[in-house]
Write a protein that binds this ligand. Structure first.
Ligand code: GLC
Length: 620
């Protein structure tokens, strides 16, 4: 009406001068309007809404800590543009950020360090500085929504130099001690929080049925009840971090059934089990694999990671029945579902269709490690076309923001460097030693070969894992696949622990390959410390987990040079030793003990009894 009136008889309502003034003002407003939207990388990017009321930091009820979280979320959501909402759904790898302004421009809501992705120098101070730099970039955005920064602190904050490296979960499964697990989780969260990271992608609640799977050691074992009990303890320990500003965030993963993936069905041809298929009825899937998640959701889980397994051929990431009907409706999960590494792109033929399918199935946050611009463009396209509804967008963002408010993320000042001293603290190392001790499983003790005497005359020690912190620690330590040696980890090796334990008159001799000086008398004791090289995930899928030929050769050499032969196995899972174990006097499963090998000698020399119980079947 208004425009048609002007175009028809402009002269009747305005003089010429006024007309020129009107169109000049209109033109200027148009330029300003267009200037606010620029097209970059085929994405409409609000250049700056500095003039907009909504950026006015004097009107921010969402920052009012006295308001109920739901009210704070409502206020913030009411201010957000669609662009900002999409940014909150992105979880990207920190190495995809080459310019901190990208965080500001794309309003990114979450970053992660994939295994080993740290600052150039992995010191705690460097980690803190790196994370705070990312966090500060959010403070240049209109609404200043803080970042969630996530990491796989699965057995301590083990990416960080000097952190306490706790036993991997398979060893904790052997303790069956939920109080211990809770204390470890809390200590891990405190070390993580000290570096400004408050989101751990743990606990792993998978219930492994096949030890050929490389992720077996990340789980608490094959007993669903034990997994559920220890998993809940771990989750509540993480979320009970002692920071006075906020609670850290745990992640119940990988929903659901990863432990039942079948050998030989892996999507990735480098693997055998990881990202494989699960062939189970709904009833059987629930019977073994749902209980840990039921307990975790009831116990306060706020983030659930969906795994990249397929269930009867359907990818979990795109399974609406599992994510929405079972997890969100039946279990009443009110937190957010985060996809696993590129999981959202494995559901349908094209990335666009796959993303749409996954979001509509119930994924709220997308771990799209290196392709956030594609993700945002596809989300804008899907929302514009209605393939993804505004309601689904708002539900996902509401879930994410509710978790951010509940962790206290909005209310806390930057993580301060004063907290760094807790990393690798003596208190935490004592706790880790307790966990190692309680996780030791005595597999064989012929003629009471164990415990050993601290007054033995001569002890000879050999084997690939005898003096190797990297092998003690396993994967997800310093590097994604772990390290094979003594760099990058602060701790005590088995060899050092033995030397620290025996009397000063005991002669301790070490040879990696078991080549000892010519000697008349047999050594009182031969200790072979053997096992697996570090690995993670699909790279650890193995048709026949067993001792290497080198390790077996070392054991043979030790056998003929000692009166009593003890074999200590450092591994992420049971190894096939059936053909050899008859010749050994004592055998101990030490799992992946981490930095504090003194927990092994605590039981080996009798200061503590063996209390560990197999968390998964070990055929002997
Ligand atoms: C991995 C794992 C998952 C981990 C995530 C982030 O592929 O499946 O357990 O938390 O990526 O590192």
């Amino acid at each position: 009406m208004y425009f048609s009136h002007i175009t028809k008889n402009p002269s009747t309502s305005f003089g010429t001068g006024k007309k020129i003034l009107f169109f000049t003002i209109l033109f200027v407003l148009l330029i300003i309007g267009v200037g606010f939207l620029v097209v970059k990388n085929n994405v409409m990017v609000p250049a700056k809404d500095i003039l907009s009321e909504r950026c006015n930091q004097d009107d921010t009820p969402y920052l009012d800590q006295t308001l109920p979280v739901a009210k704070r979320v409502d206020d913030l959501m009411g201010k957000m543009t669609e662009w900002e909402k999409i940014g909150q759904m992105a979880l990207i790898e920190k190495n995809s950020i080459h310019d901190l302004n990208e965080i500001t421009k794309y309003n990114l809501g979450a970053l992660l360090s994939g295994g080993g992705a740290g600052p150039k120098v992995e010191t705690p101070a460097a980690w803190l500085s790196m994370v705070n730099n990312f966090q500060n970039a959010t403070q240049k955005t209109c609404l200043k929504i803080p970042l969630l920064y996530g990491i796989d602190a699965t057995h301590g904050h083990a990416n960080v130099l000097g952190a306490t490296v706790f036993p991997h979960s398979i060893g904790l499964g052997a303790t069956r001690d939920s109080d211990l697990v809770r204390r470890i989780a809390k200590a891990t969260a405190d070390e993580m929080v000290a570096t400004g990271i408050y989101w751990s992608f743990s606990p792993n609640l998978d219930v492994p049925q096949d030890i050929r799977w490389g992720k077996t050691y990340e789980t608490f074992g094959s007993d669903a009840n034990n997994v559920a009990t220890l998993g809940l303890a771990y989750l509540q320990g993480v979320q009970d971090s002692s920071s006075k500003y906020f609670n850290a965030l745990a992640t119940a993963k990988h929903f659901i059934g990863g432990g039942a993936m079948e050998y030989g069905t892996a999507r990735n041809k480098n693997f055998k089990v990881e990202e494989g298929n699960i062939t189970l009825s709904d009833k059987s899937l629930r019977q073994t694999h749902l209980l840990p998640f039921q307990k975790a959701v009831a116990g306060g889980a706020r983030a659930v990671m969906v795994g990249t397994a397929t269930w009867n051929g359907v990818n979990n990431t795109g399974n609406h029945y599992l994510l929405t009907d079972v997890l969100k409706k039946e279990l009443g999960f009110s937190g957010f579902v985060v996809s696993d590494w590129y999981g959202v792109y494995q559901v349908s033929d094209t990335r666009y269709d796959s993303l749409v399918h996954s979001i509509n199935a119930g994924v709220d946050m997308v771990m799209t490690p290196f392709e956030y611009k594609d993700f945002m463009a596809n989300m804008q396209k899907a929302l514009a076309s209605g393939d993804i509804s505004q309601g689904r967008l708002d539900d996902a963002v509401r879930r994410i923001l509710t978790v951010k408010f509940n962790t206290g993320l909005f209310d806390r000042p930057e993580a301060v460097s004063g907290g760094l001293s807790i990393i690798g603290s003596a208190k935490h190392r004592v706790l880790a030693r307790e966990a190692v001790r309680k996780s030791q499983v005595l597999l064989k003790n012929e003629n009471s070969a164990l415990p050993l005497s601290k007054l033995s005359g001569q002890i000879i020690i050999a084997g690939s894992a005898a003096d190797n912190l990297g092998r003690q620690a396993g994967g997800w330590t310093t590097e994604w696949q772990g390290i094979d040696g003594n760099y990058g980890i602060v701790g005590t090796t088995v060899l050092e622990a033995i030397k620290n334990t025996v009397s000063k008159n005991t002669n301790v001799e070490y040879s990696l390959e078991g080549n000892f000086s010519k000697q008349e008398a047999l050594a009182d004791v031969g200790i072979a410390v053997v096992g697996e090289k570090p690995y993670a995930e699909g790279w650890g899928d193995n048709a026949n987990p067993s001792l290497s030929a080198e390790d077996l050769a070392v054991i043979e050499k030790m056998k003929v040079k000692s009166k009593k032969l003890i074999v200590i196995i450092i591994s992420g899972r049971p190894l096939d030793i059936k053909k050899y174990v008859h010749a050994w006097d004592g055998v101990v499963a030490s799992w992946l003990p981490g930095s504090e090998a003194s927990g092994i000698t605590d039981t080996l020399f009798g200061d503590y009894s063996f209390v560990g119980q197999l968390p998964i079947d070990w055929p002997l």
